[in-house]
Every structure is written in C-alpha cells, then in structure tokens.
Design a binder for this molecule. Sequence first.
Ligand SMILES: C[S@@+](CC[C@H](N)C(=O)[O-])C[C@H]1O[C@@H](n2cnc3c(N)ncnc32)[C@H](O)[C@@H]1O
Length: 483
Amino acid sequence: MDYLPIFLAIRGESCLLVGGSRAAEPKARLLLRAGARIVVVAPSLTPGLSELVGAAGVTWHRRTFRPGDLDGMKLVIVAAQDDALANSVATAARKRGIPVNAVDRRSLCSFILPSILDRSPLVAAISTGGTAPILARILRARLETIIPAQFGRLARFLGDVRPAVLRRIPDSAPRRRFFENVVDGPIGEQVLAGREDDARRDIESALDDQESADDTGEVYLVGAGPGDPDLLTFRALRLMQKADVVVYDRLVSNAVLDLARRDAERIYAGKQPGYHAIPQHEINDLLASLALAGKRVLRLKGGDPFIFGRGGEEIETLAALGIPFQVVPGITAASGCAAYAGIPLTHRDHAQSCIFVTGRRRIEEDTLDWDSLVRPNQTVVIYMGLAGLEIICGGLLRHGLAPETPAALIEQGTTAAQVVHTGTVGTLASSISGKGVRAPTLVIVGEVVRLRDKLDWYRPRRSPQSAFVSRTAGAGPEASRQR
Ligand SMILES: C[S@@+](CC[C@H](N)C(=O)[O-])C[C@H]1O[C@@H](n2cnc3c(N)ncnc32)[C@H](O)[C@@H]1O
C-alpha cells in the first residue's frame, strides 16, 4: 500500500483552495460536503466557483497565492494550471507540515483524493494510488448499484442503537455477531424500508433474546486453495470476513490470508516439514477451546481440508464436544497446479484414472502400494514429494514404470512465483538439484505431462518472493498470536 487511507475531520476547519479553474470546482464541493470553510485564492473564477463563493463558508481572495495564505489551514488543494505556482504552493505547504493535494500532479501530493461512494454517514473511498483513477471510478459505479441508497439510513440507525447494544453486550465477539444478524436480517430490512420504529422495537427483543442465548461459537473449516486468492469459493470468502479468530497453516498464501477479516486475531498453527510445531491434538483442542469461548473460528487450511489436510481429525474433536462447525471445500493442490501448469490430470487418450499419494521422506518404508502407482494410462500426483523425490522416482522405476515416463514438478503452483520443471521419471530428481526449488511442490507423473507443450497458458509474474509466508519454525500458538 503506497498511501494510508484515513478519513479526516475538517468540519469547521479552514482549507485553502488555490486556483479558480474547472478542476477546482469538484474539490470545492467535496470540501463543503465535509463541512470545511474554504478560502479560495485565484485571480479569477469559473462561473461554477463564483456561485459557490456566494455560499456560506466560502471566501475568495481575488489575487495570486502568497505564503501567508497557508496560515491556519488544515489542508491545501492546488488546482492551478501554472506548474510553477503549483510547485511553490505544494512545497510551502509540505514545509509547514500541511497536507497538500495538487490536482493531476501526483509527485507534488502528500495526500490523494479517492473516488467516493457517499451514503453518509457510510462512506466508501476507493483509490488506485493515483495509477488508474478510471478503475476506481468503475468500481465505485459498481458499488453504487449494489449498495442501496438507504444504507446511510441503516448506518444512522446502527449509530443510534449502538450505545444500548454496547451496554447490553459488553463482549466484542457476541456484539459483532449481534450487529451482523441485525444488518443481514429482518431488522436491517425494516430500516431499509423506512420502518425505523418497528426496527427499534425488534432490536429491544433481540437484545433480550441475546442475553439468554447459548454463547458457544462455531468453527469454519475452510479450504484456502493452493495459493491464488481468485480460487477461493464465495462461501470461504464470506466466512473469512465473519470470523473472530483465524487459525492458519503454513500453506495458506499471503494473498489469501490478506482476505481474512483485518481485525480478526491470527494464530499460526503451521508445521514445517519434519518439524511439527504444534502437535495435531493441540490444534484440535485449540479450535475447541476458542469455539467454547464463544468465538467464530476460521480454520484455514491450504488446498482442500479433506485431502491430506487432517481436517477430518480436527472436526472429529468438535463433533465429540457438540461444537457447531461447517466445512468448506477448497481447490486441492493437484487440481490447481495441474490447471495452472497446463497438464490435464485425465485425458481420453492418455489417462483414464488419477491417483493422489503423499511422498513423505521415508516413503520406502511406508506401506505404499507401488504396484498401484505404476499402472498404465494413469496419472500419479505426489503431494509432499520434494524431499523424497529421488526415492519416489527410484521406487516407481524399480516397480516397472518406464524411465522415459514424463514427469513434472510444480513449485508454488497457481501463485505469481509458480515454476514448472519438466523431465522424466528417470531425470526429474537430478534435473532440479541445485535449482533452489521452493516448497510447496507437487509432482505429476504420467503421459498427460506431455500435453503441457501445447496447453501451457499461465504466465506467472515470476515473483522472486515466496507466495507463502515463511513463519518462524517452532512458534507455538501462543508465540505466534498476532492481531
Ligand atoms: C499437507 S499437504 C496439504 C494438501 C492440501 N490439503 C491440498 O488439498 O492441496 C501439503 C502439500 O500439498 C502440496 N501443495 C499445496 N499447495 C501447493 C502449491 N501451491 N503448489 C504446489 N504444491 C502444493 C505440496 O505437495 C505440499 O507439500
């Protein structure tokens, strides 16, 4: 983020507007809407500005700018055509620590003005940091169509009842839930329909009900997909915005985590390969204790929670304790990586079945059914196979897979840092050595890998940074709690 979005209180404060051009008109109107007293300094004014000068709270000095005009000003907007003038006003304002915006001269600005959706007291401000104002305007237009005009009314109603709700529901988590139910439910509808009196009566009884309600929370076991946030489901996104606490894994990408509610508590429960930072039973207990404390807990897991994700174990504990939960599937790494690497997992001519296996380090000693992995016309997808890649490929060859069978290893699939290495079962392990491959990685073995030559479509930005936060190994839930 290049700019800090804030809302500035300027009601009754003096603000300086330098320039009397057409570009100054919308700025003057905006300042007036926020209750500012405007001092316009310009040798001449457009007819629109002249009209405003007649209004209360606008003073016009018919001359050019003088440094003394900055005295007592809360902020400055320069809408002058003259570059030298814009430059000198902006420089003088900055020197005196007064926020300044110069229209169409981003380098002179210490603040920029966003595109605004005004449903006062509800105001949404959208900015592209000055890079593409058209995008902000388009987005604002979309919001205009989905946010009812009466939303301001709803915001005022919520402001009115807020003191009573704060008094009756002192804890923040149940209070937030109460307000969400009001906004999303019949009470909110009544306000939008202009029936504030009915809404006020119903909110009283909702508060009475709330006091006698069971305050157990709920757990949302949500699949975060392989990394690209666009692959989240709508339901995942909705629950991510609702949760009070987010318990997340190592394989949840930064971009996905950014979509969780900003003020939710965050607890890192990830495991490093070969190093189980928090034993699984502690994670299970953590989820249960948070829910029993009345929180809405988002358990965010990479990919799909029911595919090599131990999601089943986590909700078994909840089920045993009678804690409400819901499960939201995610796109598993196999689907996501295959799609973004241009490798269909099945294909009429090459593979009629597909098998998912985990390739942990000590795979040889595991009870893997090697014979089932070397069947013809089948695609094998290996999760967690990087460390044991040599052993896995060796095992496949020893059990009869042809050494020239195509194979691919996908690093950080679906993210801007995705890299795809292709080779054969005989060459893949040696070909990636020394290439600085970054986990997570997925291996796909089978004839379908050849199709990538034709079907490769995804162009990652080749971000040099990992798409996944490298969190401190060994940090327990307490050590890694963040707000
Ligand atoms: C513990 S498993 C979890 C799988 C997850 N539940 C799923 O459905 O994708 C972790 C393994 O998934 C694979 N994986 C997850 N995300 C990946 C990604 N973005 N790119 C490549 N492999 C990924 C890697 O093999 C990683 O070691």
